[in-house]
Design a protein around this ligand. Structure first.
Ligand code: SF4
Length: 717
C-alpha cells in the first residue's frame, strides 16, 4: 500500500519546525523531519519527534463531558452545546454581557484566535476577553510597539543570525526551549561572530556563549543601562544614526548616565570588567543584535527592561539595518499570530487597536455589525482570572491551562472553582478542564488545517493529515454552533480556509496585514512573512479601501502583482508616524518583591527541554515523561550546605502566596542567592503557587521571573 506524507509544522513552540506526517499501515502516524524548511533544516527536538503520541485516543478526550452529580460524565454534543449556550445566556440575562469571560491561548491557530475574538465581541457582546499570551511576551510587544511603532517578534529571519557580528541573548535558554535554533548561533560563532548570554543560571545555552553574564534576577534593566552608560562613556554611540533615525536620545542618554558601572555591578552582581567586555564585543562588529525572551519580559518592569535593551541597539545604530536589530523570541506555537487577530483584551484583527475609531469601523464593516456595538477594551489575563466568580460569572476557555500556568495559581484555581459556569475546549483533560461544568473535546494540529505565525512573523500552513477520532469536533465548529444557539446564525464557518479569507479582509491595511496571503500561496511557498498586503482595491466611491501599507513595504511584483511578503522590517524607516524609532529613556527600579529576613532568597522559573508549557500534552507522552518526570528545585551547593540538603532531598519552597515541594538539584550553575524551578507540573510541585502576580503597568505582564522565597529542607524521605 502506498502511503503519502503530508508536510506540516510542529504543534508545540514558536519555532514551528517543519515536519512530515505519514500514516502507518498498522495504524497511527509517523513524524519525520523536513529538510526543506529553513528554520529547522531537518532537526526536531524530542517534543516534535514524539508529537504523534498526543493524537492517540488513549491520552486524549473523545467525548464531550458534562458535570452531573459532581462528576464529569460523557454526553452528546447536542446536550453539551445546549448546556453551554443556555448557561452563557442565563449569565448574560442576569448580570449583563461583561459577566461573560473568554480566555484564549497562544497555541490556537490564527483562524481560531480570530473567530474567538469575534465570538466574544459579536455574539456575547463582552469586553472580557484575553489570553495566556499575556503571560508570555506582552512586555516585548509593548516595548517594540513603543520603540518601532510595530511589534513583530523578530523583524528579520533567523537565517540572518549567522551573518551578524554579535548577539546578546537575554533571558533565553534556547538549548531547552527551541534546540534546533541553536544551530544559527553555532554558525554565528563559526563565522567569527560572538554570543553573549544573559541569564542568572549557567544554562546549556550559556555554556555555548563567548561571554556569560549572570545578573541577579530582576536586574536586567540595570544591566542594559550599565552597558548603555559605557557605550556613551567610551564614545561608541552612532551619532549619525541617532540624528537621522531616532528621537528621544537626550532623555535616554541622561537616564543611562545615572547608571555608573560600579552602581550597576552592585545591583546586578555583574562585574565592571564583564560589562566592559560585553560592550566591546557588541560594538566591535559592524552589525549586532539583541534578542530577548521571557527572562527580561516576565517582570513587573518588563516593558521598561526590554525598552532599555532596545535603547542599547538604537544608540549603537543596531536597528533598522541589515543583519542588525532587536528581536523577541516568542514562545508559544502561535505566540505571534495569537496576539494579532483579536483575542487580546485591547486589540482587533490585523493588530489594530480596539479603541481606534477607524479600526473599529473597518473591522465592524467586515463583521457586518455597527461599530458602536463593539465593546471596548477589557481586563488583562491575570485581572480577568482574578475577577472570576465576582464580576465575571461564567467563562469559556479555549486552549489554555491556567491552573498550572497562571501566577498565584492556587488563587486562580479558587477563582475558577467559584464561577457560576465554566466551559473548556481542549484536546486533553487538563487540570483546568477537570474543574469545568462542560468539557468539549476538540481537534488538534494534524487533525485540522489552519495557519500559525512563527516567531519570525512567517505565516505557515498546518495541513490536516489524519482524521480526528469520532466524537471530536473543531473549535471553529464549537463557536459556530454556540453562535447559532445564541442567535447569530451566520459568520462563524467551521471551514478554516473560509475563516482565513475573512481574516485577510479584516487585517487588510492593519499593522499585521495578511490580505495578500492565501492558503494556496502558503501551500506552495515555505510560509510568507507579514505584512503582505493584497493589491489595493477601490470601493464604489473610487476610494482606496485598504489603508496605506507599511512604509518599508516592498513594491508589488509588476508581472504578477503578488506581494512577496516582508522578511525584514524597518530597513528604510520605522513604523512610527515620523518614521523614527523612539528611545525608551528608562531607569532601574526594584522588583515588586525583594528578599527580606523572612523570605531571603529569589525564585526564578523556566522550562525543561522535554516538557512544554503547562505540560498538559507532554506529560501524557511516555518518552518525554521518562526524560522529565517531575519538578525540581535547582540550588547552589553553598545554599544546599547551609540547608543541610543533598541532591534529591525534598525541599519546601515558600513564598507569601503558598508553598511548593520538590527534590533538590544541587548545581554550581546557579547563583547562591537564587533558586530555580520549572513550571510544567501541577500538584505540590506547582511553582506557580509561589509566583507573584504583580503586573507591569503597560503590558499587564505578571512578574513570573522573580519573587522572594525561603527554602526549607524536609530531610531525606
Ligand atoms: Fe517543535 Fe519547537 Fe521542538 Fe521545533 S523546537 S520540534 S517547533 S517543540
Amino acid at each position: 500500500m502506498e502511503t503519502t506524507s503530508t508536510p506540516t509544522h510542529c504543534p508545540y513552540c514558536a519555532l514551528q519546525c517543519g515536519m512530515n506526517i505519514t500514516p502507518l499501515p498498522q495504524g497511527g502516524v509517523e513524524v519525520t523531519e523536513r529538510a526543506d524548511f529553513p528554520v529547522n533544516r531537518g532537526a526536531l527536538c524530542g517534543k516534535g519527534r514524539t508529537a504523534s503520541a498526543v493524537l492517540s485516543p488513549a491520552v486524549r478526550l473523545t467525548s464531550p463531558l458534562v458535570r452531573s452529580g459532581g462528576r464529569l460524565v460523557p454526553a452528546s454534543w447536542q446536550e453539551a452545546l445546549d448546556r453551554v449556550a443556555e448557561r452563557l445566556e442565563t449569565t448574560r440575562e442576569r448580570y449583563g454581557p461583561d459577566a461573560l469571560g473568554v480566555f484564549g491561548g497562544g497555541g490556537l491557530t490564527n483562524e481560531k484566535a480570530y473567530a474567538l475574538g469575534k465570538f466574544a465581541r459579536v455574539v456575547l457582546g463582552t469586553s472580557q476577553i484575553d489570553y495566556n499570551g499575556r503571560f508570555c511576551m506582552s512586555s516585548a510587544a509593548a516595548a517594540g510597539t513603543k520603540a518601532f511603532g510595530l511589534d513583530r517578534g523578530l523583524p528579520f529571519p533567523l537565517e540572518d543570525i549567522p551573518r551578524t557580528g554579535c548577539v546578546i541573548l537575554v533571558g533565553s535558554n534556547l538549548a531547552e526551549t527551541m534546540p534546533p535554533s541553536l544551530r544559527f548561533f553555532g554558525e554565528l560563532r563559526e563565522n567569527g561572530g560572538t554570543l553573549i548570554v544573559v541569564d542568572p543560571r549557567r544554562t546549556k545555552t550559556a555554556e555555548q556563549a563567548d561571554l556569560h553574564l549572570a545578573p541577579r534576577p530582576g536586574t536586567d534593566l540595570a544591566l542594559a543601562l550599565g552597558l548603555l552608560h559605557l557605550v556613551v562613556a567610551e564614545g561608541r554611540t552612532d551619532e549619525d544614526f541617532i540624528a537621522e533615525r531616532t528621537s528621544g536620545w537626550e532623555e535616554a542618554r541622561a537616564a543611562a548616565m545615572g547608571h555608573w558601572p560600579e552602581y550597576v555591578e552592585r545591583i546586578t552582581g555583574v562585574s565592571v570588567p564583564q560589562l566592559r567586555e560585553a560592550v566591546r564585543m557588541f560594538c566591535a562588529p559592524e552589525a549586532a543584535m539583541v534578542l530577548t525572551a521571557r527572562g527580561p519580559e516576565q517582570q513587573s518592569k518588563g516593558t521598561d527592561t526590554v525598552g532599555a535593551w532596545i535603547d542599547l541597539c538604537l544608540a549603537t545604530g543596531r536597528a533598522g539595518r541589515p543583519l542588525s536589530g532587536y528581536g523577541c523570541l516568542t514562545g508559544q506555537g502561535n505566540g505571534q499570530g495569537g496576539r494579532e487577530h483579536g483575542q487580546k483584551a485591547d486589540q482587533l484583527p490585523g493588530y489594530r487597536k480596539l479603541d481606534d475609531p477607524a479600526a473599529r469601523r473597518h473591522v465592524a464593516q467586515v463583521w457586518g455589525v455597527d461599530p458602536d456595538s463593539l465593546p471596548g477594551p477589557g481586563r488583562s489575563a491575570y485581572e480577568l482570572l482574578d475577577a472570576l466568580g465576582t464580576d465575571v460569572r461564567s467563562l469559556l476557555l479555549m486552549g489554555s491551562n491556567p491552573v498550572v500556568s497562571a501566577p498565584r495559581a492556587a488563587h486562580v484555581e479558587e477563582r475558577l472553582r467559584s464561577l457560576d459556569f465554566l466551559a473548556v475546549c481542549d484536546v486533553v483533560l487538563s487540570e483546568t478542564a477537570e474543574l469545568a461544568d462542560v468539557v468539549l473535546p476538540v481537534t488538534q494540529w494534524a487533525e485540522e488545517s489552519g495557519t500559525t505565525t512563527s516567531l519570525e512573523g512567517r505565516v505557515l500552513l498546518r495541513r490536516q493529515a489524519v482524521t480526528a477520532p469520532p466524537g471530536v469536533r473543531s473549535d471553529l465548529y464549537v463557536l459556530g454552533e454556540l453562535a447559532a444557539r445564541l442567535g447569530v446564525e451566520k459568520g462563524f464557518p467551521a471551514d478554516p480556509e473560509e475563516v482565513f479569507e475573512e481574516l485577510r479582509r479584516a487585517s487588510a491595511g492593519g499593522p499585521a496585514d495578511y490580505s495578500g496571503i492565501t492558503y494556496r500561496r502558503l501551500a506552495e511557498e515555505n510560509g510568507v512573512f507579514w505584512p503582505c498586503p493584497a493589491p489595493p482595491v477601490t470601493d464604489e466611491d473610487g476610494e482606496d479601501s485598504v489603508c496605506d501599507a507599511l512604509p518599508d513595504d516592498p513594491v508589488h511584483d509588476a508581472e504578477t502583482d503578488v506581494h512577496p511578503g516582508t522578511p525584514r522590517l524597518f530597513l528604510d524607516r520605522f513604523a512610527t508616524e515620523d518614521g523614527r524609532a523612539r528611545f525608551a529613556a528608562v531607569t532601574h527600579r526594584a522588583s515588586a518583591e525583594e528578599p527580606d529576613a523572612e523570605y531571603p532568597l529569589l525564585l526564578t522559573t523556566g522550562r525543561v527541554v522535554s516538557q512544554y508549557q503547562s505540560g498538559a500534552q507532554t506529560r501524557r507522552v511516555a518518552e518525554l515523561n521518562a526524560a522529565a518526570p517531575g519538578p525540581f528545585v535547582e540550588l547552589h551547593p553553598r545554599l544546599a550546605a547551609r540547608l543541610g540538603a543533598a541532591d534529591g532531598d525534598p525541599l519546601a519552597v515558600i513564598s507569601r502566596r503558598g508553598r511548593a515541594v520538590a527534590p533538590a538539584r544541587v548545581t554550581a550553575a546557579i547563583r547562591p542567592d537564587t533558586v530555580f524551578m520549572p513550571f510544567h507540573w501541577p500538584g505540590e510541585g506547582r511553582v506557580n503557587t509561589l509566583t507573584n502576580p504583580a503586573l507591569d503597568p503597560t503590558s499587564r505582564m505578571p512578574e513570573f521571573k522573580t519573587c522572594a522565597v525561603r527554602v526549607e529542607a524536609l530531610g531525606p524521605q
